[in-house]
Design a protein around this ligand. Structure first.
Ligand code: AMP
Ligand code: ZN
Length: 499
């Protein structure tokens, strides 16, 4: 029997040190992760969702490596201004005024929309969804604790003096361009990078969301919520803090400054800070206002299964920019279909050989890590472990899955166990769903699934009778209705409705 192999150390890129570092938990056997969540003033675009596919992959990897995971994602329903550098209006107040609705209704609607995307993308539920407005009293306490030593008051409220902590902005490493280049919109600020801890409601105005505080009635600054909620739910310090790369420049340096002030130390709050790179459009930055608003629902309306987008994200390393294109999404869908098909074809072959009902692959359990060495497929498990342990190298991990699906030398029972093990991290539901589940009817389609199936049956009969004229005519009719027919599929399933 082979010896139990040493586990691969989990190496993660820490934005603080700009280096790969081995994950060493604060609490042995546990992993505590905080991810900056959405500001629920609008639907998330698919770029935002890339940040959560990444956080989910990180969480799944930590579970796969045997850590007990506690993941927190916050919901920002107060405080985030239209400009991250503390200028402009509150995004929530602005949207509520535009729509003439209450902020609470706006928050509920867009939180639910975000949760629907989370579910569709197979992102696991975190242990806590922390809602910013639930923590305002704690934010006020936090602010009170740092106010004397680190803050000053202006007409607009309480501001954090970034010169009172050591090495402000080290995370961004862009003090010259970013900090000093930032437009100093608030009169009286001591340094351009100083930021609001509490925003006092201007005299004569009321806000929909406001609370009493020692600095007057008002609302908390955006950065405060993450310092407060991460400590309340994960302790101080905790293991990993994630967010999109834009947060490396302002939001996270400000969180770190608050944490240093509050803990009277140089501790940043999290041991490792991780940032996903952006999903971009050929035309530039993805935005909710410019051009076609790329929501997950738009992809679905055009006939793309959400898991194709999940796969598209996994095909790129999280630290690389990823350019969105419909062709790229189509290619990811085809790749996913091939994977599902490989599972289905193998089941079909097994059925042909046995002639009786076969076990559904979905019932196969993952192989426990302490049993890996007893299996002859140890090499695959190690290759996969090596890939994800190398700063979540999902592009490489996907190649391992495909090798397993195509390997003629292993038994199907073992194959399903292997895939069940690996798909815990990838979350592609390879054993749970059928390829036909990937078929989504585009909103604009005029033909029904039944009509397609009926036309395909008639076409098959025509071909069997060597009536090629009828067969070609049926195919042309299907093409005209937006149905692409792929011949040569042993399971006879393959057609796709174009949007
Ligand atoms: P927001 O709702 O604007 O606070 O953003 C939610 C998350 O999405 C944050 O972690 C952002 O850093 C991240 N994010 C924003 N735009 C993109 C993008 N185009 N690609 C990837 N992540 C993004
Ligand atoms: Zn945050």
């Amino acid at each position: 029997m082979t010896d139990v192999p040493a586990p691969q150390p989990l190496m993660l890129f820490n934005s603080l040190t700009r280096q790969l570092e081995e994950f060493q938990p604060v609490h042995p056997g546990e992993a505590r992760v905080y991810s900056c969540g959405p500001t629920v003033y609008n639907y998330p675009h698919i770029g935002n969702m890339r940040a959560y596919v990444f956080a989910d992959t990180l969480g799944r990897t930590l579970s796969f490596k045997g850590y007990k995971l506690t993941h927190v994602i916050n919901i920002t329903d107060v405080g985030h201004l239209t400009d991250d550098a503390d200028a402009g209006e509150d995004k929530m107040e602005k949207m509520a005024a535009e729509k003439a609705q209450s902020i609470w209704d706006i928050a509920r609607h867009y939180t639910e929309a975000y949760w629907a995307d989370v579910k569709a993308l197979n992102i696991r539920q975190p242990a806590h969804w922390s809602i910013a407005t639930d923590y305002v009293p704690q934010m006020i306490e936090f602010a009170k604790a740092i106010a004397d030593k680190h803050c000053y008051e202006l007409e607009g409220g309480l501001y954090f003096d970034t010169s009172t902590v050591s090495d402000y902005g080290a995370l961004a490493r862009a003090k010259t361009d970013e900090g000093e280049g930032r437009i100093d919109e608030v009169e009286g600020k001591r340094h351009a990078a100083d930021f609001a801890i509490w925003r006092r409601t201007p005299a004569g105005e009321t806000r929909q969301m406001e609370w009493d505080s020692p600095w007057g009635r008002g609302a908390p600054g955006w950065h405060l919520e993450c310092s407060v909620m991460s400590e309340a739910l994960l302790g101080f310090p905790f293991d990993i803090h994630t967010g999109g790369i834009d947060h490396r420049e302002i939001h996270h340096p400000n969180e770190i400054a608050q944490n240093q002030a509050h803990s009277c130390s140089d501790a940043s709050g999290a041991r490792i800070w991780m940032h996903n790179n952006f999903l971009i459009e050929r035309s530039g930055k993805m935005s909710k206002s410019a051009g076609e608003f790329l929501r997950l629902q738009l992809l679905i309306d055009k006939g793309y299964h959400p898991l194709a987008y999940r796969l598209m994200c996994l095909q790129a390393h999280y630290r690389s920019e990823l350019e969105f294109s419909w062709e790229g999404l189509g290619a990811a869908l085809t790749r996913l279909k091939r994977m599902y098909k490989a599972v289905a074809v193998r089941m079909w072959e097994e059925f042909q050989q046995k002639g009786d009902p076969i076990d559904a692959p979905s019932q196969y359990e993952p192989i426990a890590r302490d049993k890996w060495h007893e299996r002859e497929v140890l090499g695959y498990l190690q290759d996969f472990d090596e890939a994800v342990s190398d700063d979540l190298n999902t592009p490489k991990a996907l190649v391992v899955i495909e090798a397993i699906l195509g390997d003629p030398t292993i038994s199907d029972r073992l194959r399903w166990h292997l895939i069940a093990t690996i798909d815990q991290v990838l979350g592609l539901d390879l054993l749970q769903r059928k390829r036909t589940d990937l078929r989504i009817r585009p909103k604009a389609a005029t033909i029904t699934e039944e009509e397609i199936e009926a036309a395909l049956t008639r076409r098959k009969e025509a071909r069997a009778a060597k009536d090629f004229a009828t067969s070609d005519k049926l195919r042309d009719e299907l093409t005209a209705a937006g149905v692409e027919v792929m011949d040569g599929d042993p399971l006879g399933w393959d057609w796709r409705l174009e949007a």
